[in-house]
Design a protein around this ligand. Structure first.
Ligand SMILES: Nc1nc2c(ncn2[C@@H]2O[C@H](COP(=O)(O)OP(=O)(O)OP(=O)(O)O)[C@@H](O)[C@H]2O)c(=O)[nH]1
Length: 603
């Protein structure tokens, strides 16, 4: 039996995964106390600021067991908690034998706790349930115990209780990991089989492939092959995550670590692919896992049109590290040259936009996101459309299908009515079932169009349930739907970048809200600007931006030249994110007006 244990920590967002990993690093002496800072593992700035984990960070620690005095290598794969990034949970779970199921004692079992537990069960993992944050005065340990018991049938006295923040119970948990999680079963002598569970691009070293070695071993100088496309590479370095990357002589069966082998792009290291030996390859690859597909699409244009090339380079660099990001060149009459981008969800979209701004100093204009529709034309042709501008005309369309998800919401019963009303009456959802989820908690299962939940659903749900409800969703396929394209005309000119696809029953209300919002967001000009929404060949809503009387300089009573200059400079600055459509300047916010329409309903 090898003294190795590989685990993952799964939990709902904010239940304390990163804090627990931090504490383990500290207790095992992997990081000197003076270097320790909170959220050591959340290395991206955006991660630390928003307090969310986006990329998974593996780490290796050594722990001397108090029971048998032996030293154990424990590899921990941290996982992200936000629903946009759940695919990373699957990757991590495929690389380990056991999971710590971490539940916040003040929050209890939440939607992602349930979703992730099911995933761990699917991967046949040994699960150790843990209640965290027991130091908090409002910790509800007994109720949380009952909820966990209900979820996985493990009795309360076998559930570990810890404070990841203060360290209480963490050593006992480490002992439990050694005792309860099975050691890896592979053999060093067998043919190499390593699972790629992540990959990162490093400016200086090229692609760093994160692997779990199932069988065999690998060291520098070895010739390896990626199973899916039979590409071969020579290994330059292998190492472990301590958590900093540290070179080791070899990685053996059961280990988690990294391989650097001269790959130029992250796409060469396909997540879920098997790495084997080029000389003596395995015949059977490891079972891979689902490829990540974007859920939402949006147009992205450089803030200043001339910066198209720079934006392309920046996106390419981001993509080196973010294989979930998809982009293709696009052109819009209103916005010029840009890209059609695919994202995992709105948080992912936000993160990409923010990284472009911070890391590449690229201001970008984003258009309202939408899902991918399937359109069957009268001539039998089938199209996948992720850009409303490319939606065929009504006369050509036979049928339209849209993606649906299974949505699960966990809520205290008092909010049940409001939430059902939200999903069924406002979001075109159908209730499938309700279940009791232990103490004072109900699970509601719905089938809902994906388009209805990507925008403001999460915030609406939180507002209606005073923060208590939580949600999770997964794609279940396409369903036929009655959809129409709504085109927006600004000053009588169609602006495709503002168009949207809406359900027939909602097209009118959405169009009404959208034109009103646009009228608020588009600044006044010297002339009146009509804003119209058109669907099925008719104008269905209209709003107006009134003409401006005075010009900005009128404020300055002639005299003060510097003030005048400043004002003009400021206007120029402001214009960077404006686009001229005919004679009208449209600001960035207007292109996201569709998202803002939802915001009003929250207030
Ligand atoms: N009082 C108390 N606070 C804790 C404890 N564990 C975590 N926290 C706090 O809870 C918040 C969330 O903790 P994180 O470790 O960032 O949670 P996470 O699960 O990694 O979050 P995501 O990566 O975004 O899913 C932070 O403010 C922590 O300081 C604990 O045992 N006691």
């Amino acid at each position: 039996m090898k003294n190795v244990r590989n685990i993952s920590i799964i939990a709902h967002i904010d239940h304390g995964k990163t804090t627990l990993s931090d504490r383990i690093l500290e207790i095992t002496g992997a990081i000197e106390p003076r270097k320790m800072r909170a959220q050591y593992l959340d290395s991206m700035d955006i991660e630390r600021e928003r307090g969310i984990t986006i990329k998974s960070h593996p780490l290796r620690v050594f722990y001397k067991s108090k029971k048998d005095g032996q030293i154990y290598e424990i590899n921990i794969v941290d996982t992200p908690g936000h629903v946009d990034f759940t695919y990373e949970v699957d990757r991590s779970l495929a690389a380990v034998e056991g999971a710590i199921l971490l539940v916040d004692a003040t929050q209890g079992v939440q939607a992602q706790t349930v979703a992730n537990t099911y995933k761990a069960v699917e991967h046949n993992l040994e699960i150790i349930p843990v209640i965290n944050k027991i130091d908090l005065p409002n910790a509800n340990i007994t109720e949380t115990e009952l909820e966990i018991e209900d979820l996985i049938g493990i009795p309360g006295d076998e559930i570990y209780k810890i404070s990841a923040k203060e360290g209480t119970g963490v050593e006992e948990l480490l002992e439990a990991i050694i005792e309860k999680i099975p050691a890896p079963s592979g053999k060093d002598e067998d043919k190499l089989k390593a699972l790629i569970f992540d990959a990162k691009y490093d400016k200086y070293r090229g692609v760093i492939v994160y692997v779990r070695i199932f069988d065999g071993s690998v060291k520098s100088g070895d010739k390896i092959m990626t199973f899916s496309n039979k590409q071969t590479y020579e290994v330059v370095e292998v190492g472990a995550f301590t958590p900093e990357m540290k070179k080791v002589d070899s990685l053996n069966a059961g280990d988690i670590g990294y391989i650097i082998a001269g790959m130029k792009e992250v796409s060469m290291a396909k997540i879920g692919d098997t790495i084997t030996s080029a000389k003596d390859p395995t015949k059977e690859p490891l079972p891979g896992y689902k490829e990540v597909k974007p859920m939402v699409y949006a147009g992205m244009y450089p803030g200043i049109p001339e910066y198209y090339e720079e934006l392309r380079k920046a996106l390419e660099k981001l993509k080196l590290n973010d294989s979930a990001l998809v982009f293709n060149p696009d052109h819009s009459p209103a916005l010029g040259f840009g890209f059609r981008c695919g994202f995992l969800g709105l948080l992912h979209m936000d993160v990409v936009k923010e990284r472009l701004e911070r890391e590449f100093e690229m201001a970008v204009i984003l258009t309202a996101p939408n899902v991918e529709y399937k359109v069957v034309l009268k001539n039998g042709e089938e199209l996948l459309i992720n850009d409303p501008a490319k939606f065929p005309s009504e006369s050509e369309i036979q049928e339209v299908y849209e993606p649906y998800v299974k949505l699960s919401i966990i809520t205290p019963p008092e909010y049940l009515g409001k939430l059902m009303n939200l999903v069924q009456n406002e979001k075109r959802g159908t209730m499938i079932s309700t279940e009791n989820a232990g103490f004072e908690r109900v699970v509601l299962n719905f089938e809902v169009p994906l388009a209805e939940i990507i925008f403001d659903f999460f915030d609406r749900m939180k507002a209606l349930s005073r923060g208590y409800a939580s949600m999770d969703y997964e794609l279940i396929g396409y369903r036929k739907s009655d959809l129409v394209k709504v085109t927006i005309l600004v000053n009588k000119e169609p602006v495709e970048a503002l168009s949207m696809i809406a359900h027939k029953d909602k097209a009118y209300t959405m169009a009404r809200k959208l034109v009103d919002k646009l009228a608020e967001l588009i600044p006044q000009h010297q002339f009146e600007i009509p804003i119209q929404a058109k669907a099925g060949g008719r104008i269905i809503a209209r709003s107006t931006v009134k003409a401006l009387r005075k010009d900005v300089l009128a404020k300055c009573y002639g005299g003060d030249v510097t003030r005048k200059m400043k004002l003009l400079e400021k206007q120029k600055e402001g214009k960077k994110k404006l686009r001229e459509i005919g004679r009208v300047s449209i600001p960035q916010e207007a292109f996201l007006a569709l998202l803002k329409v939802g915001e009003d309903e929250n207030s």
